[in-house]
Design a binder for this molecule. Structure first.
Ligand code: AZA
Length: 295
């Protein structure tokens, strides 16, 4: 037997960092969950119990905290790239460092119409994510993303014209509820080194805002003929807004809401045009995926 591939590291490294502006008294917080996975000349640690090639995962956890202290933790694209570059530069036997950063939402409270200097709330499970891979001599590949953005529209969605055969029971609809949990990503052209990432820093926050706004606007305004077509348009609009992005991907569950026929109860009308009470479904759910690249 031989190792086909291997990578190891520390997952679920939770990091909180506060930035205190002494002049204004305004404090800013960042909370993230980091995963570090390393690749390289590490096979003998698996095959021969040779631990001389092992950077302990505990040391990786320590490194995350030290780098968070020494460097900016935002934008997450920069912090992930700093971390990945550190591991490649520090351990000659490594060939790749995979860094995932999940940034959680601490939104500043507005109290009596004013932003509070040091109070925040978690407005949703939505996260801003980054997957960075630093490869020795090959630069840094970054995929930025949004996850956990749960959306619903009560109308403005259709689904008809699909294959009808002996397996089909789904009625065609010209009007339906549409709900999904957005998992989207946009992959940047390879950065040759950390300096190139630092030069691109102003683009990362703007790209995130653009991608999030495009997702919400397209979802809201499109009279969607299908999840497939609407997510494709989201990809096109994001690529038009961010020239440095090479491709955009979405993975969208279709979280179904089923009509409930109540006509057995005194002829109560609750289907079609009369539908008001629905049964939200936990599963099964549609799952629609796409990656769109520049043609
Ligand atoms: O938007 C949709 N796409 C599909 O492929 C599908 N299949 N059932 N319902 C669906 N809705």
């Amino acid at each position: 037997a031989a190792i086909a591939s291997a990578r190891y590291g520390k997952d679920n490294v939770r990091v909180y960092k506060v930035e205190r502006d002494e002049k204004t008294g305004v404090q800013t917080v960042t909370e993230m969950t980091v995963c570090v996975l390393l690749e390289g000349a590490i096979d003998t640690s698996y095959t021969k119990a040779d631990n001389s090639v092992v950077v302990a995962t505990d040391s990786m956890k320590n490194t995350v905290y030290i780098k968070a202290k020494e460097h900016p933790v935002t934008p997450p694209e920069l912090f992930a790239s700093i971390l990945g570059t550190h591991f490649i530069d520090s351990y000659p036997h490594l060939t790749a460092a995979h860094i995932n950063v999940i940034t959680h939402r601490w939104t500043r409270m507005t109290i009596d119409g004013k932003p509070h200097p040091h109070s925040f709330y978690r407005d949703g499970a939505e996260t801003r994510n980054v997957e960075a891979v630093a490869r020795r001599g090959k630069g840094i590949d970054i995929r930025s993303g949004i996850a956990g953005l749960l959306v619903l529209k009560s109308t403005g969605s259709q689904f008809h014209g699909f294959i009808r055969d002996e397996y089909t029971t789904l009625p065609e609809v010209w009007e339906r509820i549409l709900s999904t949990d957005v998992d989207a990503g946009w992959s940047w052209k390879t950065f040759p080194d950390i300096a190139a990432v630092k030069a691109a820093v102003p683009k990362f926050d703007k790209a995130f805002e653009d991608a999030r706004n495009i997702t919400l606007k397209t979802f809201a305004e499109e009279d969607s003929p299908s999840v497939q077509n609407t997510m494709y348009k989201m990809c096109e609009y994001i690529m038009a807004a961010v020239p440095e992005v090479e491709n955009v991907d979405y993975s969208l569950p279709n979280k179904h809401y089923f009509e409930i026929d109540l006509s057995w109860h005194k002829g109560l009308k609750n289907t079609g045009k009369d539908a008001e009470v629905y049964a939200p479904q936990s599963g099964p759910n549609g799952l629609i995926k796409v990656t769109v690249a520049r043609s």
